[in-house]
Ligand binder design. Structure first.
Ligand SMILES: [Ca+2]
Length: 197
């Protein structure tokens, strides 16, 4: 089990550059934006108003190279990993703060922590789950403001501002080489639809 977990961590640390792109369209059924999960933040261009109610839906689509939504081959949906292997990786990435975490026994420098472990409502945020935030918040304040979108959620906006979205992943370290940047091995794209209720 430990060797499996470690091999998954090492596999996910390797990556390849992916072009970041954002496409937007607006229509009577709602506002739609598509984003590349290999970038850390995505401005939707949609402003929410405090105390107004919205429905946000997210769908995973192949990217322009026909690659599915995945982290270096680990398939995911907007709610997180969809396979046993992915759920093991999610466990590794989620509980890395624990002093008994097995990855830390071998490679403390490889210990992972997802950007959002729990959202502002205390809900567990899985690996590659689609997350929303009103405004682009500093990383150390992210869990106070971020909320899980997953495949869909109705919510009352707690503030007025632009909705930003991202796929939950290990933030990595800018000093690492490109092949070790956790966001650069994410593939596919996510389409987000926002409707005011
Ligand atoms: Ca990744």
């Amino acid at each position: 089990m430990l060797s499996v977990a470690c091999s998954l961590v090492m596999a996910a640390c390797a990556g390849r550059p992916s072009r970041s792109s954002t496409e937007e369209s607006a229509g009577p059924a709602g506002y739609t934006v598509a984003y590349d999960p290999s970038a850390r933040w995505h401005a939707t261009g949609f402003r929410v108003r405090k105390d107004s109610r919205y429905r946000i839906e997210a769908a995973a689509l192949p990217d322009d190279r026909r690659r599915p939504y995945a982290d270096k081959g680990i398939p995911c949906s907007p709610d997180g990993p969809t396979t046993f292997r992915g759920r093991v990786f999610d466990w590794v990435a989620h509980d890395a703060r624990c002093p008994l975490h097995p990855v830390g026994w071998f490679r403390r420098d490889r210990v992972k922590r997802l950007r959002v472990l729990e959202d502002r409502f205390g809900r567990r945020a899985h690996f590659l789950t689609v997350i929303g935030c009103i405004g682009r918040m500093p990383e150390h304040e992210l869990e106070q403001h971020a909320f899980i979108i997953g495949s869909g959620r109705d919510f009352v906006a707690p503030a007025t501002g632009e909705l930003w979205v991202f796929s939950n992943d290990w933030p990595g370290d800018e000093s690492l080489p490109a092949d070790d940047q956790p966001y650069l091995n994410n593939t596919g794209r996510i389409e987000v639809r926002i409707t005011q209720l």
